[in-house]
Structure formats: C-alpha cells, structure tokens
Ligand binder design. Structure first.
Ligand code: HEC
Length: 263
C-alpha cells in the first residue's frame, strides 16, 4: 500500500512538473491588480472544443485526481470520447495499478477528512450541481489568508477546506479591501469592508492569460464529465435534423403529388 501511494505521488509530481514547464517562462506580474469585477467572470465552457477537453483531462489528472475521483467515468470512455489513443492514455493518464476498464478513482482515502477537515467531494456531477461559471470563479479566486489552516481562502466559497493546489502555476495573490459606509439602525452609519481587487504578490510559472486558459480547460473538462453522452448527442443531433429536413421535403412532395388530382 505504501509503495503504491508513493508511486502515485511521483506520477502526480511528474505530471505537475510537465505542465509547469510547458507553462512558459513569463510569470504573472507581481504587484498587478485585477479582479474588481470577478463576479462577471465566465467559464465560456464549450464541450465541442476537443483540444481544450484533452488539455483539461491532462490537467485534472495532474492536479485534481490526487484528491478527487470521477466515479462515473471510465478511463476507456475518456479515451474514446476525447480521442486519446490507447497507448497515450495508458502511458500519460492512467495511474499505475489501474487499467482502462476502471473508473477514474482517486487514491485518496477516508483519512482525507482528518487531514483537510472535509472529504474532497467526487467531481463527476459538480458542473451540473454548481454550474461552470461558479467552478471557474472558484478556481480563480483563491487568495492568501494567514488566518486559515490552509493559508488560503476563497471568494465564492469562504473558509473553504481545499488548499490552493494551483499556486505553483498562478503564484500568490492577496485580497485588497476598501471601506464603505452603509446605513445602520437609528440613522447611524456602519463601516464595512468590501472586496476591492486582488493584488499579485508572488509570481507563478504561468502568465495570467495562461492560467485563465488552464482553468477554462479544467472547467470545460468537468462540464464534459458531468454529461459524457452530450458529445455524441450533439454529433448525432445534426444528422437527426438533416434527416427530418429531407424527410419533410419528401413528405411534402408526396402530399402535393397525391392531392394534384383531387383539387
Ligand atoms: C489536496 C487535495 C485536493 C486537491 C489536489 C484538489 N482539491 Fe478540490 N477539494 C479538496 C477538499 C478537501 C474540498 C472540500 C472543500 C470544502 O468543502 O470546504 C474540495 C472541494 C472542491 C470542489 C467543491 C467546491 C464546492 O463549491 O462544493 C471543487 C469544484 C474542487 N474541489 C475542484 C478541484 C479541482 C478542479 C482540482 C484540481 C485543479 C482540485 N479540486 C484539487 C481537496 C483537494
């Protein structure tokens, strides 16, 4: 069991390193401020974008599978739907000890609840449950907060138990607040702190654009996973509509032919 877990860790590390190196040399600029309108950030998920889904699958295996399972998705289905050749699937994605027929299960045990305070949830249906824009904002709004056991907090999920697992890519950012006065009881004014923007305090291996793309791909992948047959449905749908159009034309011609002599 021990060695198996260690094997896993090295795979994850290697994958993480691979993605980090591929991320490019230009890091997110320290001191830059952004995110005033983070509530408007959108995932722009598009399950027809196969290249994005393939990158998302790679990112998920490298950065999320260590804690989160996808218990309704088999490796073989992933390969088939995303057109990943079986040898690449086996070499780069499937963890040692699992095979293509298995579900995408995390090696994380029930001890996780002890370590993190919460069990990392299965993410098979999370995109349907939370929506893709939520997931995008969730992964984009981790910020440094020394008051938390993990050292980070999150704007859409305050006091979240998940560590900032993407900080090596994104770098670190802090939340800057501004004070506003709001009307209180009996004509008084109450001062309240509201979020103003993020400030980048340490660079990661990616630029902001690269990181946004990374999150987009990961969310896109989770959207696909939440409803895998959608890909086939969309492909098939085009043919169904075409068939109906041809059939309607034929039916109409036939109708005209039959009624020609009656009228
Ligand atoms: C080190 C373990 C760990 C890793 C790695 C990890 N997570 Fe999590 N994640 C957690 C824990 C623990 C929670 C439960 C947080 C809570 O409910 O407070 C969680 C919760 C979540 C949630 C649910 C949030 C919600 O609103 O219910 C999502 C979505 C999520 N993680 C996505 C990801 C993605 C995507 C990755 C990979 C980029 C990832 N996680 C990597 C530990 C991890």
């Amino acid at each position: 069991m021990r060695t198996k877990r260690r094997g896993w860790a090295s795979v994850l590390l290697a994958a993480a390193l691979g993605v980090t190196l591929a991320g490019g040399a230009q890091a997110a600029e320290t001191g830059a401020t952004f995110g005033t309108h983070w509530q408007d950030w959108r995932a722009h998920a598009d399950v027809a974008d196969l290249a994005s889904l393939q990158r998302g699958a790679r990112d998920f295996v490298g950065y999320c599978l260590g804690c989160h399972s996808l218990r309704y998705e088999r490796w073989s289905r992933l390969g088939k739907d995303l057109k990943i050749p079986p040898d690449v699937l086996k070499k780069d994605l499937i963890p040692p000890g699992q095979n293509a027929r298995d579900y995408m299960m995390s090696p994380m045990t029930a001890d996780a609840a002890k370590w993190f305070g919460k069990q990392p949830p299965d993410l098979s249906l999370i995109a349907r449950y939370r929506g893709t824009n939520y997931l995008y904002r969730y992964l984009e709004t981790f910020y440094v907060d020394s008051g938390r056991p993990t050292g980070v907090n999150n704007l859409v999920y305050p006091s979240v138990a998940m560590p900032d697992v993407l900080s090596s890519l994104e770098g670190l950012k802090v939340a800057v607040y501004r004070t506003v006065e709001v009307p209180g009881p009996h004509g008084t004014r109450i001062k309240r702190q509201v979020f103003a923007h993020f400030r980048q305090v340490a660079p990661g291996s990616m630029t902001r654009e690269q990181f946004n793309q990374f999150v987009h791909d990961t969310v896109n992948f989770l959207d696909y996973v939440s409803d895998p047959p959608r890909l086939q449905r969309h492909r098939l749908g085009v043919w169904v509509v075409l068939f109906l159009m041809v059939f309607t034309t034929l039916a109409w011609l036939l109708y005209r032919e039959y009624w020609k002599d009656v009228r």
